[in-house]
Design a protein around this ligand. Structure first.
Ligand SMILES: Nc1nc2c(c(=O)[nH]1)N[C@H]1C(S)=C(S)[C@@H](COP(=O)(O)O)O[C@H]1N2
Ligand SMILES: [Mo]
Length: 521
């Protein structure tokens, strides 16, 4: 970018401004190409703006929950290429990923605040669905009505012509402009084309590159960007590209005849009256009000936002992601040198004295709707069969890491306890507490509990599980986000429905932080 501007100045200084093609004067009678702004363009344009703003604001809120971006998948502190926090991770004391979350002003973030990514995700995913839907309508109409010919370049001349325009703008000259009602200038056409047909698809592709259900099933998808963190970094850089585009776009709309341009896009007429301008500006006020309402609604009715978000997004997750069993595995060489810890170490006397005794007296209690409730010591669990796997952990906050896990498949435990036919979910209770106090727990569908890669893990990286990472027993459910992998497991309950467990949302974070009930992405 900087290089391009410098080159533009050098060209201007050395050989002067390049010539741009003289704009043709069209009238409806003299043009054979599609022209003007039918209502669907104006409508999809502003619907798009609304959802882009919601996506950007909620996306930034999610980013601030782990305000570091990496090119490597391990997320070792210090290896980030950019961080939005002044904090350097201390390595001499326990510093969790949740400690690392940053506050974001509600003027920027949706909903604003610190560690509000649960609610931000509802906005992000629901907006993403509507944004994609709106985009699909737009693209369809673009091709049905032939209006694509205004956007899609069909000659290589677009490049020299666009460069000539760029040299003008970059050196603060206004070249003669065609009337956008009939034709865009070359640079304008090229940038619209890139935003619509390059940036938007890349955003759509890099989002799911962060989904454990998708990339732990289809390794090729993860390899498209390279790894989860490259996908995440590109996803953010695309946001920066949109912001740059919007700045340039709005500046040009202002500079090249604001009233006329607003009439084009807002009411579809081609004249110099101020009508479109007033309606357009009121539209922006409405956009602002909608955003303020989104913030207020989220702070006042978080549970409702969670419900609506789940109702909109879960069917899509069920259709696209939830049915796949995870199976991706990594090599020993790929194991991460560092694994961010999360959660508070249990403080109860019960867990502490068990830990002090090397968990000799630990008994895992398995109860609920089962034919054979049991209490099992670690030795007994060890004797029931062991599976090892090297897998990629996806934290909801954004970081990831590869580790080896060894433990008893939950499916094996189910053979022993024999869940009754009406069991739909399995609840895992922890010795530890959540952030706001109260027992940490989470639940899984019986289908996910049964997956081959779902483990009650007592081994990490070929050693006994450490206290920080969940000793004596922690869960691995590789198609889910990390928050559902309960550490320091105390008991397991098979249930027909998790509605009666604590606040009834299916897990501590869903109860307290309004996290999604489905953690496939
Ligand atoms: N009991 C309990 N288990 C927990 C948590 C917690 O706070 N308490 N945090 C979860 C989250 S958000 C993640 S990302 C993983 C982190 O596992 P690790 O500390 O082994 O990396 O543990 C999960 N299990
Ligand atoms: Mo997490």
């Amino acid at each position: 970018m900087v290089l391009a501007v410098i080159t533009a100045y050098v060209q201007w200084a050395a050989i002067g401004l390049p010539s741009v093609p003289a704009p043709q004067q069209f009238t409806p009678q003299t043009t054979t190409l599609p022209y003007g702004f039918p209502a669907w363009i104006g409508i999809t344009h502003y619907v798009n703006l609304l959802f882009m703003v919601l996506l950007a604001r909620s996306g930034l809120q999610i980013l601030m929950d782990h305000p570091r971006l990496y090119w490597n998948v391990h997320c070792t502190p210090g290896s980030e290429w950019v961080r939005f926090t002044p904090i350097q991770v201390p390595l001499d004391r326990l510093y969790t990923a949740k400690d690392d979350a940053r506050y974001l002003s509600p003027w920027i973030g949706l909903p604003g605040g610190r560690h509000t990514l649960g609610l931000a995700r509802h906005w992000h995913f629901a907006s993403a669905l509507f944004w994609v839907l709106n985009g699909a309508v737009y693209i369809t109409l673009l091709f049905v009505t032939n209006h694509w010919r205004r956007i899609v370049p069909t000659s290589w001349r677009i490049f020299p012509d666009a460069w000539a325009m760029f040299v003008h703008y970059a050196t603060f000259h206004l070249p003669p402009e065609p009337n956008g009602f009939y034709q865009y200038n070359a640079l304008q056409q090229l940038s619209y084309f890139v935003v619509i047909f390059v940036l938007a698809p890349l955003s759509i592709l890099t989002g799911p590159a962060m989904s454990p259900a998708l990339v732990n099933r289809f390794s090729w998808y993860r390899k498209l960007p390279g790894n989860r963190q490259i996908g995440r970094s590109i996803h953010f850089l695309l946001l920066c590209a949109y912001v740059l585009f919007v700045i340039a776009h709005v500046s040009m709309v202002l500079l090249t005849g604001f009233a006329r341009n607003m009439n084009h896009i807002v009411i579809g007429t081609d004249d110099l009256l101020r009508f479109g301008m007033y309606i357009g500006l009121s539209g922006l006020v409405i956009l602002l009000l909608l955003n303020m309402m989104a913030n207020w609604a989220t702070w006042l009715f978080p549970r409702a936002i969670q419900r609506v978000g789940d109702a909109l997004v879960n069917p899509v997750l069920r259709l696209l992601l939830a049915r796949h069993a995870p199976r991706a595995e990594y090599t020993v060489e790929e194991i991460s040198p560092f694994m961010w810890p999360n959660g508070k170490l249990p403080t109860s006397e019960e867990w502490k004295s068990l830990a002090a005794g090397g968990f000799k007296d630990y008994r895992l209690k398995v109860c609920g709707l089962v034919e054979n409730p049991v209490e099992l010591s670690l030795e007994e669990l060890l004797a029931m069969g062991k599976r090892t796997q090297i897998t990629l952990h996806h934290c909801i906050q954004g970081w990831s890491g590869i580790a080896e896990w060894g433990g008893l498949p939950v499916a094996e435990l189910m053979k022993l306890v024999r869940p009754k036919p009406d069991v739909k979910a399995v609840v895992f209770y922890s010795f530890g507490e959540g952030l706001e106090g109260g027992q940490y727990y989470d639940s899984h569908t019986i289908d996910n509990a049964r997956r081959p890669q779902t483990l009650l893990s007592y081994e990490m990286n070929f050693k006994r599980l450490t206290d920080v990472h969940g000793a004596p027993l922690r869960l691995r459910v590789e198609n889910q986000l990390g928050f559902k992998m309960v550490k320091w497991i105390k008991s397991i309950e098979f249930v027909a429905d998790f509605k009666h467990v604590y606040q009834g949302e299916g897990g501590y974070n869903s109860d307290h932080e309004f996290f999604d009930t489905m953690a496939d992405i």
